[in-house]
Write a protein of this length. Sequence first.
Length: 110
Amino acid sequence: LYEAIKKYFLSFDDLLEMPEHIMSTFWRNPEIDIDELSKAFKIVDESIVNNIVANLSKRNQKMYEAYDKPLSKKEIDKSQKGFVELARKMNDDGEINLEELLADADDLVE
């Protein structure tokens, strides 16, 4: 049941584990708010953060700084939700394909 529902549910964690070709398009979007991104990354493993920061535009890479002030879980969730909404918008605009991101890895053929 989880696998059937998962196809329709996008989480912030899914955005952290995107295939490289989707990641480079998504994280270079000019609508990425660097301040919100640093809040969203507050509880994300540093190696994942470094990988995503490397996919940001050069300008955003220079602007990015880890958020070091205390944040509530609610504030972090709000920041992360904004990036999920951006991904849905980009999907609706045809810029990225979320079906590919949410597909079960067992369904993929290489």
